[in-house]
Design a protein around this ligand. Sequence first.
Ligand SMILES: [Zn+2]
Length: 129
Amino acid sequence: MNGNDTPKTEADGSAERNVRPLCSHCRFPLPSNTSGLRHYGLHTAHQESECLQLLRAEIERLREVLTRLQQWADAYPLDQFPEVLRQEWQQANEVLAQAGLSMSRMSASNMRHVLNGARKMLAEGLGPN
Ligand SMILES: [Zn+2]
């Protein structure tokens, strides 16, 4: 959200279009039908129950994203997947090197997979803004 109540524009690929003004209380877009809105001088807001409903839905949506991130973070518990010891890393590195494989490349691939999954969830949480 852009921090003020003025309509903002965004590029749609070929031309800019107007985006609906934001509620001064919950910061969600106001409906195009202005009946039932509250007006405070230059500020306009949904009815209080509508703001609360929108904010509760947003909290629920964000909690769902956080829950999935938490599940990813808890996916490999130490009691089921004990930490690899330094000597074991060195041994694995030697075995991979003998097979012409790079531990660094494999580690980077694993990390990229995890971070791309986390990035996707974070993008869902942050939304299009
Ligand atoms: Zn509102």
